[in-house]
Design a protein around this ligand. Structure first.
Ligand code: ANZ
Ligand code: ZN
Length: 791
């Protein structure tokens, strides 16, 4: 019988979905294992083989753990709200809801073809009211805790997507989605106070088993700096300017001060004679993009305010300037400038001919002319009583000695998370503005705030919901007078910040999930997805888990114990993506070679955490392996267990490789072993098939059944190996030429005939006899004797 993969795969997919074999069982006695894929957003173009890679890997692991006796939760769902669906909908002129559900249908079909053991009964769609009710509820929990607040802020605005973006969605000054240049706008927006959790988000990275590079990216994003706040009085006034510095040791070298052009004190302390120039400068910089300023490159610009500050350490008067290299959103928006020891200050001082005072040197010797800033630490010079001290020690002393004018401080780069979006396709923010009562949260019992469907969804820069009178004009929940509803929707990263909790109890309409179920299943044991989520989604989810933990709603404060980043698939040297036009669809490959072959190639392509180039012919190697496996089973199996060494070895290797996420070498071992098996027995093939099952579930189930097994292969326990069998026994093998003994060779049990012949040929005594002669025949009696017949 031929290997009819289409029939086999259809058959088993049907059986699995009917039997509910893969439905996770709440509160089961077996140890639980929560294996989660980052859920996809339903785009119009469907899945390509690059998406498949992670799904196949996680499915292999889910099946592996199930075969190790674990109660596995392996769910799937859709991140259905948000810009991608909405943008695609606008382009095609279909309502976002219709577009989204059509795309989901296609994804459902494709994902089922994967043959994954998803528990489809737990499937989630974040744009359904039953789900987003709880996204809104989550907002209210943060609101009650003072962690959701509204403020006027300068925000990133994408002129093409017509919406505000989070800092995390701006890459090099461009919109993450459409690559338009981002503009600045001042708008009243909702924020989540993630900055309250900066230190915990940093510290707890220690607790989790994540790739080092993701931890480093989060660490840099949080950007902790240790230093001090120092107060400078404005000469001849009452104003005080506070600065954040990482180098209080350089205070004697602070020869001028620079305020960000947006600093609230600027106009107040600018001398009348300087006002016109300062105002002109401020207007010019406000037009600049923040990233142009941040990069710190290019010519320094700035203007003098005409006023002075008093350096608190030596009472010197230092000029106050404004310059755009100082950013309003970092520290206090003002710096004490130390040109001798800071590159940017140095460039600025050179350009405007300001005083440069060297106060630190490597060895404590004085330096007259610096050609560039000396940014290292060292010994104090030109610093009064601190001279000769080590810079770090001196910095601490200075902060102490300044008393009220200074205090140790820590500053973070992390900003609060901006969650308002002026877009239609999202969860409405559950707030009402009342003239009398102010900002009123919607009572929990009135959730969800339903997203109206009959709407003009094309973006105009204002939320499309503003035009729906019935939505906007509603009675105030407190005083019942007519009030106005918030019309912005939430960033979809809010929807995805908690979805893993919902899978534990997806149909609950009394709570976001039953406490006991969350407690049984969570945290997630293994989370698989791409590196692109290193900061956004993965930082937000960690934050939300900590908030829920503090609210005593969950019992853990890190959502994902282990994270695995799946490498990307490249084609012709470029990352596979629809926009680059280099995608390969799984559909045709499945028709031609079957799901099992495609699954195998997705893993065989290379180490799973590394990017790999797609070889269009690569799948045939896996296909031939499966065909060979199939054919062996069609033939007669031996009753003698001849391959104990090979079988024990492959059990050991495949088990270790799966534990170490080395799926490509695991498959290589399976292939190699199949080639070496010598008249395998039924028992040996049963074990071999079990090892194949996580990778190639359909053919494995079929063969398992053919071998006479009644129960499902995934209910059978993972095979064990015997280390004793793996200790190689050496054998001394006599070698004859034309029937005469010519020598002996050492071989080990597991070696196959052709390898042994090679060893014998290399033996000097043998090679002398057979050199330049023709070998007519080789006769090998397993483990007993080898005879060359030569002419
Ligand atoms: C004086 C000084 C002397 C500084 C010196 C550095 C070296 P990180 O490490 O990134 O936290 N700074 C503070 N607020 C700023 C702002 N809003 N815009 C631009 N620069 C700002 O950097 C902290 C240092 O960046 C601070 O320490 C300050 O310059 C500058 F030899 O103060 B420093
Ligand atoms: Zn009211």
């Amino acid at each position: 019988m031929d290997y009819n993969f289409t029939a086999i795969e259809k058959k088993w997919q049907k059986i699995w979905s009917k039997s509910g074999l893969f439905n996770a069982k709440d509160f089961d006695k077996r140890p639980k294992f929560y294996c989660l894929d980052m859920f996809p957003y339903p785009s119009g173009s469907g899945l390509h083989v690059g998406h498949w890679r992670g799904y196949v890997l996680s499915d292999t692991m889910a099946r592996f753990y199930k075969m190790q006796g674990k109660n596995v939760l392996h769910p799937m769902g859709y991140d259905a709200f948000g810009l991608p669906a909405e943008n695609a909908a606008i382009k095609k002129g279909i309502h976002p809801k219709k577009f989204t559900y059509q795309a989901i249908e296609k994804f459902d079909r494709q994902l089922r073809q994967l043959g994954a053991m998803y528990d489809w009964e737990r499937r989630l769609v974040t744009s359904l009211p039953l789900y987003y009710k709880w996204t809104q509820w989550l907002f209210l929990q943060l609101y009650k805790k003072g962690l959701a607040y509204r403020k006027e802020a300068q925000v990133n605005f994408c002129p093409s997507c017509q919406t505000v973006l989070a800092n995390e969605q701006v890459i090099d000054g461009q919109c993450e989605r459409c690559e338009s240049e981002v503009e600045k706008k001042v708008l009243k927006q909702w924020f989540f106070k993630i900055t309250d959790y900066s230190q915990r988000l940093l510290d707890d990275l220690e607790k989790i088993d994540w790739p080092q590079r993701v931890k480093i990216m989060q660490k840099n994003w949080i950007g902790r700096s240790q230093g001090a706040m120092i107060k400078f009085k404005v000469a001849g006034g009452n104003e005080v300017i506070e600065v954040f510095t990482t180098r209080p040791d350089t205070l004697y070298g602070a020869t001028f001060m620079v305020l960000a052009p947006e600093h609230p004190l600027i106009l107040k302390i600018t001398k009348a004679s300087n006002k016109a120039r300062v105002e002109k400068y401020i207007n010019e910089t406000l037009k600049k993009k923040e990233w142009e300023r941040e990069s710190g490159k290019g010519e320094k610009t700035g203007v003098f305010l005409g006023s002075y500050a008093i350096n608190p350490i030596n009472n010197q008067k230092i000029p106050i300037w404004t310059a755009d290299y100082v950013l309003t959103s970092y520290g206090t928006g003002a710096v004490m400038s130390v040109p001798a020891h800071d590159k940017r200050d140095f460039q600025f001082a050179k350009k405007f001919d300001l005083l440069i005072n060297v106060v630190i040197s490597k060895d404590g010797k004085n330096i007259k002319d610096l050609s560039e800033a000396y940014e290292d630490i060292g010994k104090m010079i030109n610093s009064g009583k601190y001279n000769g001290l080590d810079a770090i020690e001196a910095g601490k002393e200075i902060v102490k000695d300044l008393k009220n004018a200074a205090r140790p401080a820590v500053n973070y780069r992390l900003r609060d998370w901006l969650i308002s979006r002026q877009r239609y396709w999202g969860a409405p923010i559950p707030i009402i503005y009342c003239e009398k009562c102010g900002e009123v949260p919607i009572p929990e019992k009135d959730l969800p705030v339903l997203l109206p469907e009959n709407i003009e969804y094309k973006p105009t820069g204002q939320s499309p919901l503003l035009n729906i009178k019935e939505f906007v004009n509603v009675p105030c929940p407190k005083c019942h007078k007519m009030a106005k509803r918030e019309t912005d929707t939430m960033d979809t990263f809010v929807c995805s910040s908690w979805y893993y909790l919902r899978y534990t109890d997806p149909k609950n309409d009394k709570a976001f999930a039953d406490w006991k179920k969350i407690d049984y299943w969570c945290p997630v044991d293994l989370y698989i997805g791409g590196i692109e989520h290193a900061i956004l989604h993965l930082l937000y989810s960690r934050f939300v888990a900590k908030v829920l933990y503090d609210l005593k709603l969950i019992s853990f404060d890190e959502p994902f114990k282990k994270l695995f980043n799946i490498g990307m698939i490249y084609l012709h040297g470029a990352k596979m993506s629809k926009s680059k036009g280099n995608v390969i669809s799984p559909d045709e490959l499945i028709t031609k070679y079957g799901t099992d072959s495609l699954r195998g190639y997705e893993l065989f392509i290379g180490p799973p955490d590394q990017d790999s180039e797609w070889n269009p012919n690569g799948i045939t190697g896996v296909f031939r392996f499966l065909e060979k496996l199939w054919n062996i089973i069609q033939g007669e199996l031996s009753s003698e267990d001849r391959n104990q060494y090979l079988i024990n070895l492959v059990v050991k290797k495949v088990t270790q490789d799966l534990d170490n996420f080395s799926h490509n070498t695991a498959i290589a071992h399976l292939m190699e072993t199949l080639n070496k098996l010598d008249k395998p027995s039924q028992k040996e093939m049963e074990i071999f098939i079990q090892l194949c099952a996580p990778f190639f579930p359909h053919i494995s189930c079929e063969i398992w059944q053919k071998l006479g097994q009644k129960d499902c292969i995934f209910d059978a326990l993972w095979p064990q190996y015997d280390e004793n069998v793996l200790v190689l026994k050496k054998i001394t093998l006599p070698v004859q030429i034309n029937g005469k003994l010519k020598g002996v060779v050492e071989i080990d049990q597991s070696q196959k005939e052709d390898e042994i012949v090679e060893i014998a040929k290399q033996n000097p005594k043998i090679s002398d006899c057979i050199s330049r002669k023709k070998i007519e025949k080789v006769i090998y009696r397993s483990g007993k004797i080898l005879n060359f017949v030569i002419k």
